[in-house]
Design a protein. Structure first.
Length: 353
C-alpha cells in the first residue's frame, strides 16, 4: 500500500481558497486555484504566491562544511559570501545529475541546501555518505521549515510591507521579521521574475501567507509554476535533468567549476572535450497545441518539458535534439499525439521578465 500523501502547513489554507489539489512527489499540493492562465499572468504582471513547503532542506555545519559541499556540489561553493546564494548540481561519478540545488551560506561554516522534494532523502544520504573523514555535521532540516515563494514585479513591494528591514538583494539571503515571524528571506525564485523565497517556522506559515494575500499577492499553484519556469527555460528535475543526462548536454556547464575536485568532475571534463550527441534547447511550436514530455522529435530527439505559454499564446517547451540540429532558428517536427507539429529552436529565455 502506498504511503499516505503528506500535507504542508498551508494545506487548510489551500482548501479554504478552493484549490484543486493533486499528488506531487509524495505531497498533496495545490495544482491551481482560479485557473492556470490567470495565475500565470498575475505573476508576470503583479505578484503570485506559491506554497513550496514540499522542498527539502539540508544544513551543513562545522569546520569542514565547505569541504563537504565542494565534494558533492559542482558549483564554486567557496565563492559564496556569507549571506550569499548559488545554484549547483549534485552529480554521480559518471556525470549523471542526482539533483539541482540552491546553496545558501548562512554563517562562515554553516550552509543551507534546498533540494527538490522527490530527491530529498537521496540527497541527504549522499551528503552523509560523503562526509566520512570530514569534521562536518549534516542535519535534515526539512521538517523545520515551511517555504513560500513570492514572485512578480510587485513581489518585493508586497513582502516589504510586512518586513522589519529592507529585503535582501537578488542571490542573497538574510533573516527578517515578517508580520511578527522570523524568516530567512532569499532573493531567489523559479519563475523568471524578481521576488523572494521565505523559509520560516511551519507554525508561522499560515499567518504570513494570509498577510501576503491581504497585501495583494495572488495564490498560484504548481501548474502555473510549471508554465512560468518553462517560459524562463528553467530545468525541472525528472524531466530535463536526470541521472541519464549530464550538465554539458543540459546546458548547465556554467554551474560546474573549473579545476574539478567534485564528484563527477572527470565526466564533465570529458563531455567538454568531446561534446555530447544531444543538447537541451528551448522551442516554440507553430500553433497553440502544446507538445508534452515524452513526445518524440522526428529524425531524433525527445521533448522533456512541454506546455502552453500564456504569455506567448502558443506551445513551448524544452527538448533534447541532435547537436547538429540544435542551433537557434533550426526547425523540426514533433509527433504530438499522432500529429506532426512544426517547431523552432529559440533563444533562452522564451519570455523575459
Amino acid at each position: 500500500m502506498p504511503a499516505p500523501l503528506r500535507h504542508t502547513p498551508l494545506y487548510d489554507a489551500h482548501l479554504q481558497l478552493g484549490a484543486r489539489m493533486a499528488p506531487f512527489a509524495g505531497w498533496e499540493m495545490p495544482l491551481r486555484y482560479d485557473g492556470v492562465i490567470a495565475e500565470h499572468l498575475a505573476v508576470r504582471a503583479t505578484a503570485g504566491i506559491f506554497d513550496v513547503s514540499h522542498m527539502g532542506q539540508i544544513e551543513t555545519s562545522g569546520p569542514d562544511a565547505l569541504a563537504l559541499l565542494e565534494r558533492v556540489c559542482s558549483s564554486d561553493v567557496a565563492a559564496i559570501a556569507i549571506g550569499g546564494a548559488q545554484y549547483g548540481l549534485l552529480l554521480r561519478e559518471d556525470g549523471g545529475v542526482l539533483d539541482d540545488v540552491f546553496n545558501y551560506r548562512l554563517e562562515a561554516s554553516r550552509y543551507l541546501t534546498v533540494t527538490n522534494a522527490a530527491n530529498h532523502e537521496r540527497d541527504l544520504a549522499w551528503f552523509r555518505e560523503h562526509s566520512d573523514g570530514l569534521d562536518a555535521v549534516v542535519t535534515d532540516r526539512a521538517d523545520d521549515y515551511a517555504m513560500i515563494a513570492v514572485q512578480g514585479p510587485l513581489a518585493r513591494e508586497i513582502v516589504q510591507a510586512i518586513a522589519s528591514a529592507p529585503l535582501p538583494e537578488r542571490m542573497t539571503i538574510a533573516t527578517r521579521t515578517l508580520d511578527g515571524a522570523s524568516a530567512l528571506v532569499a532573493g531567489t525564485g523559479y519563475t523568471g521574475e524578481d521576488g523572494v523565497e521565505l523559509l520560516l517556522d511551519p507554525a508561522d506559515a499560515p499567518g504570513v501567507w494570509s498577510a501576503l494575500l491581504r497585501r495583494g499577492a495572488t495564490p498560484a499553484g504548481l501548474a502555473a509554476r510549471d508554465t512560468l519556469r518553462t517560459e524562463a527555460c528553467y530545468h525541472l528535475y525528472g524531466n530535463d535533468l536526470s541521472t541519464d543526462r549530464g550538465p554539458i548536454e543540459a546546458g548547465l556547464g556554467w554551474s560546474c567549476r573549473a579545476g574539478g575536485g567534485y564528484i563527477g568532475a572527470e565526466a564533465v571534463a570529458a563531455a567538454r572535450a568531446t561534446p555530447p550527441a544531444e543538447k537541451l534547447v528551448p522551442f516554440v511550436v507553430f500553433d497553440r497545441a502544446p507538445a508534452r514530455a515524452g513526445d518524440q522529435v522526428l529524425g531524433g530527439g525527445v521533448v522533456t518539458s512541454g506546455t502552453y505559454s500564456p504569455s506567448l499564446q502558443t506551445g513551448i517547451g524544452l527538448a533534447y535534439l541532435p547537436a547538429a540540429r540544435a542551433a537557434v532558428g533550426s526547425e523540426f517536427e514533433i509527433d504530438v499525439r499522432g500529429k506532426h507539429r512544426r517547431a523552432r529552436v529559440e533563444r533562452r529565455p522564451l519570455v523575459k521578465s
